[in-house]
Write a protein that binds this ligand. Structure first.
Ligand code: SF4
Ligand code: SF4
Length: 138
């Protein structure tokens, strides 16, 4: 694999991956239950207010401008940060971005934390790939 020497990444908390072009923000049922609880909502109410089925699996909705509905522009932070889905925690170590150097570098054009900062070893990246709940979708 092309990343056997590891990859550099440190999140700079710029929030760009929470806004911009539309995209799915998948969550598992247990993650959904945690988010609902964090927001003091029933699971049904959480799904009614915040979830879309426009993608291949339930996903957190976005605003017209592409921001994730959980993104708080006033603080530039995720409003559910302690319980955000694994998809968000695992970025940019998604299968689709690790497929090729070209895919990785294309993502790095909007994520300033990629290709600099902490070196993540191939062993570490492989373990992140194994815990990804949506390996066929991300
Ligand atoms: S775009 Fe990259 S650096 Fe910015 S918040 Fe997302 S992961 Fe972090
Ligand atoms: S859930 Fe939070 S971390 Fe994930 S995309 Fe939305 S605002 Fe960003």
């Amino acid at each position: 694999m092309w990343w056997e020497g590891g990859l550099r990444f440190t999140c700079l908390s710029c929030g760009r991956c929470c806004r911009g072009a539309p995209g799915a923000i998948y969550f598992t049922d247990s993650e959904g239950a945690e988010i609902a609880s964090f927001l003091s909502l029933s699971d049904a109410e959480f799904r009614r207010r915040y979830v879309t089925l426009r993608w291949e699996a339930p996903s957190i909705r976005e605003r017209q401008n592409g921001e994730c509905l959980m993104y708080d522009a006033s603080t530039a932070r995720c409003a559910i940060y302690p319980v955000r889905p694994a998809q968000c925690c695992l970025f940019p170590f998604w299968p689709s971005l690790l497929e090729s150097r070209e895919e990785w570098d294309a993502a790095a054009r909007y994520c300033p934390g990629m290709n600099s900062g902490e070196l993540h070893t191939a062993v570490e990246i492989s373990s992140l790939l194994r815990i990804n709940p949506f390996p066929d979708l991300l």
